[in-house]
Write a protein that binds this ligand. Structure first.
Ligand code: SF4
Length: 393
């Protein structure tokens, strides 16, 4: 990767990501940048993000309409509807939005009621990603979540009342002490609510979190690899039976309801990330540029006060970087990667570059080839990290 000192003009994005780095209480398994807010922090932060947006509106260019705005965190639902309205007005004033722009807000069930959800809807949010994680109160307590199962179900019902017709539910499996039966019960609870989208990730123990100290490697409370695989397969079986498309390793959606923001990430569409700790990927005539903002509120605020871009660690991707990303992000999707798309992006046949790797992985039943490309098998999804390593250039 080639480091670069500044963001260059005429870089392109079609997605905007707004990072809200506040949580009411830090969950012990979480490695995302967030902190508990003090009085006035949120008001000040919203103004800073509006300022950053103004700065970028002069330095980067969205050649196409922005078709997705995503409030991620942290806990964006700690914002008041007026804050969300302010950020969306600034976005609409500075960038060209597609008429059907998808506007998603990550929502913690412990932070919303009908009033707040109706306010978000009125402000323009049209999709919610509800961080339920489990419908089992024992598991929620283990995860240190601030809500109960009953509160999660009430939040979902309130969201429907507030006229949200596009709701995703996030669940985590392979939790300490969780059995496959407990996981199936979680899935059944979710199915009963009939969300349009489900994300089902296996718990990973992130270094330097309280969970890393609590659950060192080989801890017997954590389900082993076989049990985790069973839980992954249970989700696949149960959800596809209910009409959900398994469109990415950990994501399921009713037809036409996949997440535009996440799909754009896996397709390597440009994304302007705003806020402390936010990551950007801007497309350009070369192979694209990745950057991230300081994951520290004071540093982020200081860089904006000095009238400079908050972005640091700006890296222009090399062709090799882009090839690897194309493969490991594209293969996450159920459709996989296609030969014509690879040829168009890199001017070479995929098989000329990776013929040996593809043959090996097919013989291990981790990949399958069809007329126009390759995709992971179900076994390949379970062992995806092994597959992705084969495409590092
Ligand atoms: S609410 Fe979400 S972002 Fe906040 S600490 Fe918990 S897991 Fe992390």
């Amino acid at each position: 990767m080639r480091p670069s000192s500044k963001i260059i003009a005429n870089q392109m994005f079609t997605r905007i990501y707004l990072h809200i780095p506040f949580c009411r209480k830090k969950c012990p398994y979480c490695a995302f940048f967030s902190q508990e807010p003090s009085a006035g922090d949120i008001e000040r932060y919203v103004r800073l993000v509006c300022e950053e947006m103004l700065h970028h509106s002069h330095t980067v260019t969205a050649h196409a309409d922005v078709d997705s705005i995503y409030f991620g965190g942290g806990t964006p639902s700690l914002l008041e509807p007026r804050h969300v309205g302010e950020l969306l007005e600034q976005t609409a004033g500075l960038f060209r939005l597609a008429p059907e722009v998808e506007i998603t807000l990550e929502t913690n069930p412990g932070t919303v009621d009908l009033r707040k959800l109706s306010g978000f809807r009125q402000a323009g949010v049209n999709r919610l990603s509800l961080g339920v994680q489990s419908f089992d109160d024992r598991m929620l307590a283990t995860l240190g979540r601030i809500h109960t199962s009953r509160q999660a179900q009430a939040a979902f019902a309130s969201a429907r009342k507030a006229r949200f017709d596009n709701i995703g539910i996030d669940l985590i499996h392979s939790l300490p002490g969780q059995t496959p039966e407990m996981w199936r019960t979680d899935l059944e609870h979710a199915i009963k609510l009939a969300p349009e989208h489900l994300s089902v990730y296996g718990l990973t123990i992130e270094p330097e979190t309280p969970f890393a100290a609590r659950y060192p490697e080989e801890n017997t409370q954590l389900p082993d690899q076989d049990l985790s695989a069973e839980m992954f397969e249970a989700a696949d079986d149960l959800l596809t039976l209910q009409g959900y498309e398994h469109y990415e390793i950990a994501n399921y959606a009713l037809p036409g309801r996949s997440s535009r923001h996440n799909s754009g990430y896996w397709h390597r569409d440009g994304c302007l990330g705003l806020g402390a700790g936010a990551h950007s990927f801007l497309r350009d005539t070369d192979f694209g540029t990745r950057s991230c903002n300081p994951g520290n509120l004071a540093t982020y605020a200081a860089s904006l006060r000095n009238g400079v871009s908050a972005s640091e660690e700006v890296v222009a991707l090399t062709r090799d970087d882009a090839v690897s990303e194309f493969m490991f992000l594209g293969l996450r999707m159920a459709d996989g990667v296609t030969f014509p798309a690879f040829r168009e992006a890199f001017g070479i046949e995929l098989k000329d570059m990776f013929g040996r790797q593809v043959d090996d992985l097919i013989s291990q039943q981790l990949l399958t080839e069809h007329a126009s490309g390759i995709r992971l098998t179900r076994r390949g999804m379970l062992l995806s990290n092994h597959v992705f390593r084969m495409f590092l250039t």
